[in-house]
Design a protein around this ligand. Structure first.
Ligand code: A3P
Length: 289
C-alpha cells in the first residue's frame, strides 16, 4: 500500500523510500519491468558493494577491457531499476544488460521469476553496512540526516531506513539460494580473494576469461582504480544528489573481518540483534536471520 509522504519519505510495499529519485510510480514500473533472459541483475542491500560488483560485471562483460568503464558512468552501464531514469536507461541499453537494484525480493520484477535472467546478490557484514550507510546518509541528499550514530543504529535495526530492514532484505533474497539463476557472494569474499571471486562469477555467468583478461578485471576493479575513475567514483554526480563536500562516495572500502575497521573505531561492540555474524558461509543459519 502507499501512504502519504512525510518528511520526503514515503512507504511502498511496507518499505521506506525517499521521494526524491523514487516514487510509487517508479516502483510499480520496476515491478512490471519486462525482464529478458540474458539480463544480469546486480542486487544488494545498499552499501554492500553495489558499485564494486557493477564494475566487476562491467569488466567481465567487456573481457577485461576497461574502455567501457572509463567512458560511460556506472549508473548508465548498470542503471538502477527502481528509478524512472534508470528504467528508461535499462530499456535503451544494449543486451546483455546489467541492471542494478536495491529492491527487496518481494518488490522485484514479477517477470524475473519465470525467466532465465541471472541475479548476483552481494551481502556485507551489517556492522559495516550500518557505518557506511551512516556516512552515506550525510552526503546523499535524498536521505534524511542520520543524526547520531546511536540513533541511526536504532533506526537501522528496526528497518526504519530507506530500503527497509537489512535482515529482511538478506533473508528474503537468500531464500533464492539453490536456484540455477541465483548467485550470492559476500563483500568480504571479494576483499579476501577478488581473483577467485571473479572466476566464480565467470563460471556462473558462463563467460570464461583468459588469465590476462582475468588480471585486467582484478586490476581495474580495485578500490584505487575505481577511486581514480570519474565514471566509477560518482565525482560526476550532480551536487543536488550527492554533497561531496562532506565526503567521497568511495569512502574507505574497509571491513571488520580481521581488521579493526570502522566498527572498532566507534567502540559500540556487538549490536544487540546482530552480534558476530561469524562465518559468512553460514549466514542463513545463524539466529538473527
Ligand atoms: P565504505 O563506505 O565502507 O567505504 P554501495 O556501492 O553498495 O553503495 O557500497 C559502497 C561501499 O562499497 C563503500 O564502503 C565503498 O567504499 C565500498 N567500495 C566500493 N568500491 C570498492 C572496491 N573496489 N573495493 C572495496 N570497497 C569498495
Amino acid at each position: 500500500g502507499i501512504s502519504v509522504m512525510s518528511h520526503g519519505y514515503f512507504q511502498h510495499g511496507g518499505v521506506t523510500f525517499p521521494g526524491l529519485l523514487y516514487s510509487p510510480r517508479s516502483l510499480e514500473a520496476a515491478r512490471e519491468f519486462p525482464v529478458e533472459d540474458d539480463d544480469v541483475f546486480n542486487v544488494t542491500y545498499q552499501k554492500s558493494g553495489t558499485v564494486w560488483m557493477l564494475e566487476i560485471l562491467s569488466l567481465i562483460r567487456q573481457d577485461g577491457d576497461p574502455r567501457w568503464c572509463r567512458s560511460v558512468p556506472n549508473w548508465d552501464r548498470g542503471p538502477w531499476l527502481e528509478t524512472l531514469l534508470g528504467l528508461r536507461r535499462a530499456r535503451a541499453n544494449a543486451r546483455p544488460r546489467i541492471i542494478s537494484s536495491h529492491l527487496p525480493v518481494h518488490m522485484f520484477p514479477k517477470s524475473f521469476f519465470g525467466s532465465k535472467a541471472k541475479v548476483i546478490y552481494t551481502v556485507r557484514d551489517p556492522k559495516d553496512v550500518l557505518v557506511s550507510l551512516f556516512h552515506f546518509a550525510r552526503i546523499f541528499r535524498p536521505y534524511r540526516d542520520p543524526g547520531s550514530l546511536g540513533d541511526f543504529m536504532d533506526k537501522f535495526l528496526q528497518g526504519d531506513v530507506p530500503f527497509g530492514s537489512w535482515f529482511q532484505h538478506v533473508r528474503g533474497w537468500l531464500q533464492l539460494r539453490g536456484r540455477e539463476n541465483f548467485f550470492w557472494i559476500s563483500y568480504e569474499e571479494l576483499q579476501q580473494d577478488l581473483r577467485g571471486s571473479v572466476q566464480r562469477l565467470c563460471s556462473f555467468l558462463c563467460h570464461p576469461l583468459s588469465p590476462a583478461a582475468l588480471d585486467a578485471v582484478v586490476t581495474n576493479a580495485s578500490f584505487a582504480a575505481m577511486s581514480h575513475n570519474p565514471m566509477s567514483n560518482f565525482s560526476l554526480s550532480p551536487g543536488f544528489i550527492l554533497d561531496q563536500n562532506r565526503g567521497p562516495f568511495l569512502r574507505k572500502g574497509g571491513d571488520t573481518w580481521g581488521h579493526p575497521g570502522d566498527w572498532g573505531q566507534w567502540d559500540i561492540g556487538d549490536i544487540q540483534g546482530i552480534g558476530d555474524i561469524g562465518d559468512i558461509g553460514d549466514i542463513g543459519d545463524i539466529g538473527v536471520l
